[in-house]
Design a protein around this ligand. Structure first.
Ligand code: UD1
Ligand code: MG
Length: 442
C-alpha cells in the first residue's frame, strides 16, 4: 500500500423514510443515474485503492447496483460512526487516506474530493479534514467550531447551545482521515448524546484531545445538498441539470432554451449540435456533429449520426440508429430501427424493428406493423425505396431497393427491387351519383 493511496467509504445504510418509497433512497435517479452512482463516479476520479458501500439489512438491490464495488451490512443504524466501523474490516491494513462520503449527497464534485485529499496531506498532517459549507439556512446541520483557525469540534444541532447554533459554518458530512489514526479515533466514540447514536462527528474532539490537528475544506452549498425527501430530490435534479446544460454549451452545442432541455449524465453531443426547447435526453444517447434536434423531442438509447435532423415532436426509442443526414420529422416514433444515410421519415409515422436503406423516402402515416400480438417481426426497406403515404407494412416483409409502394397499401408480401406494389381497393367512379344523392336528401 503506497502512502498516497485513497480508500473511500460511502454510507448508505439509512432507511430514507422521508422519501416514502419502496426503492432505497440512494437508488433514486438524478439525470438518469442513481444517486449512489453519481457518488461512485466522483470517487472513481481519485482512482481509489479500495471502495466500500455501507448498506442496511435487506438492501440487496443496492448491493447489486454498486457491484463490483463491495458492500458491508451495518446491522442496526446506530449512527454514522457505527456505519464507518462496519466498513473497517475492508480497510484492514490500509495506511493511506480514508474518505467518508454519503450516498445521499450526490452532487459532490471530483474537484472537491481532490481538495479534501490535498488538505489531508498538508504539512500540518491533520488527522481529520471535514467538508464545511455555509448554507443560507443552517437548519439542523452540525456546526463546525473553529478556534484560531483550527477545527476544534463538531457539535450536532440537537446538542448545541444557542451560541453554537448561531455558527454559520456547517458540517456537510464528508470527511477525510489519516487511515493510520482512524481506528484508534473510532474506538473512542461513544453515544452519550441526545439521539444516543455513535456520531462520526465526535472524531474531531477526540483527535484534538490527542493533540492531532483537524482542518476544514469549504464547498459550495449546491455540491453538498443532502437528499432526504422528494422535494430535495427535485432540487438536486435541478442543480444537476444546470451543470449538464452548462457542460453541453461549453462543449459546443447550442441550446435555444437551456432551462427546458433535460440531459442524462451519459448524453454525448458532437460539435455544433442545435437543441430546441423541450427536448429530453433519456439515458444512452449519442449525437454526432451538426445535428439539429428541433423542439419537443424525446430520445432514449439512440445514436444519431452527423448532420441528421430530428423533430420537432419526434420520439426516438431504444435501439434506433439514425444515419448521417437522415431526417426524422414531426410525430414520428422510431424503435429498434436502423435508418441509413439520407433517408427521410418526415411525418406521422411508426417505424419499429426495421431497417431502412439509404435515401429511402417513407411517406406520411406509414406504419410498420411489427407485432402480431405474440412476437415482433422485422421490416426491411431497401435503398432509394419510396413508400407512399398511409401504407401499412405487415412484418415480416421486405421492400426491395428502389421499389415504390402505392399510397394506402397494406403490404403483406415482399416487393421486388424497382417494382411497384399497390395493395388497396381499386377506385370506382359513379358519374352524377353525388348530385342525385343530395337531391334525394333534400
Ligand atoms: C450528519 C452529520 C451532521 C451533518 C449532516 C450533513 C453526524 C452525526 N451528523 O447528520 O453533522 O451536518 O450529516 O448532511 O454525522 N448512515 C448510515 N448508518 C447510520 C446512520 C447514518 O449509513 O447508522 C448514513 C445515512 O444513510 C446517510 C449518512 O450516513 O447517508 C448521514 O446520516 P444522517 O442520518 O442523514 O445524518 P444527519 O443527521 O443528516
Ligand atoms: Mg442527513
Amino acid at each position: 500500500m503506497t502512502e498516497s493511496s485513497v480508500a473511500c467509504v460511502i454510507l448508505a445504510a439509512g432507511k430514507g423514510t422521508r422519501m416514502k418509497s419502496d426503492l432505497p433512497k440512494v437508488l433514486h435517479p438524478l439525470a438518469g443515474r442513481s444517486m449512489i452512482g453519481h457518488v461512485l463516479d466522483a470517487v472513481a476520479t481519485l482512482a481509489p485503492a479500495r471502495v466500500v458501500v455501507v448498506v442496511g439489512p435487506g438492501m440487496e438491490d443496492v448491493t447489486a447496483a454498486v457491484a463490483p464495488v463491495p458492500t458491508v451490512i451495518q446491522t442496526r443504524q446506530r449512527g454514522t460512526a457505527d456505519a464507518v466501523r462496519a466498513a473497517m474490516p475492508v480497510l484492514s491494513g490500509f495506511a493511506g487516506d480514508v474518505l467518508v462520503l454519503y450516498g445521499d449527497t450526490p452532487l459532490v464534485t471530483a474537484d472537491t474530493l481532490a481538495r479534501m485529499v490535498a488538505a489531508r496531506r498538508a504539512a500540518t498532517d491533520p488527522a481529520v479534514v471535514v467538508l464545511g459549507m455555509r448554507p443560507s439556512d443552517p437548519g439542523a446541520y452540525g456546526r463546525l467550531i473553529v478556534t484560531d483557525g483550527t477545527l476544534d469540534r463538531i457539535v450536532e444541532y440537537l446538542d448545541a447551545t444557542p451560541d453554537e447554533r448561531a455558527e454559520t459554518l456547517c458540517n456537510a458530512g464528508l470527511m477525510a482521515f489519516d487511515g493510520r489514526r482512524l481506528p484508534e479515533l473510532l474506538d473512542q466514540i461513544g453515544n452519550a448524546n441526545q439521539k444516543q447514536e455513535y456520531y462520526l462527528t465526535d472524531v474531531v474532539e477526540i483527535a484534538r484531545s490527542r493533540g492531532y490537528p483537524c482542518s476544514v475544506v469549504e464547498a459550495p452549498v449546491d455540491e453538498v445538498l443532502g437528499v432526504n425527501a422528494r422535494t430535495e430530490l427535485a432540487e438536486a435534479e435541478h442543480l444537476m441539470q444546470q451543470r449538464l446544460r452548462r457542460a453541453a454549451m461549453n462543449n459546443g452545442a447550442t441550446l435555444t432554451d437551456p432551462a427546458s432541455v433535460f440531459f442524462s449524465t451519459d448524453t454525448r453531443l458532437g460539435r455544433d449540435v442545435t437543441v430546441g426547447p423541450g427536448v429530453v435526453f433519456a439515458p444512452g444517447v449519442t449525437v454526432g456533429d451538426r445535428v439539429e434536434i428541433r423542439a419537443f423531442c424525446h430520445l432514449e438509447q439512440v445514436r444519431v449520426a452527423d448532420g441528421a435532423v430530428i423533430g420537432p415532436f419526434a420520439r426516438l426509442r431504444p435501439g434506433t440508429l439514425v444515419g448521417p443526414g437522415a431526417h426524422i420529422g414531426n410525430f414520428v416514433e422510431v424503435k429498434n430501427a436502423d435508418i441509413a444515410a439520407g433517408a427521410k421519415v418526415n411525418h406521422l409515422t411508426y417505424i419499429g424493428d426495421a431497417v431502412i436503406g439509404a435515401k429511402a423516402n417513407i411517406g406520411a402515416g406509414t406504419i410498420t406493423c411489427n407485432y402480431d400480438g405474440f412476437a415482433k417481426h422485422k421490416t426491411e426497406i431497401g435503398a432509394g425505396a419510396f413508400i407512399g403515404s398511409n401504407a401499412s407494412l405487415v412484418a415480416p416483409v421486405k421492400i426491395g431497393d428502389g421499389a415504390i409502394v402505392g399510397a394506402g397499401s397494406v403490404v403483406t408480401l415482399d416487393v421486388e427491387a424497382d417494382a411497384l406494389a399497390v395493395a388497396r381497393g381499386r377506385q370506382q367512379a359513379f358519374p352524377g351519383w353525388a348530385a342525385r344523392f343530395r337531391k334525394h336528401k333534400r
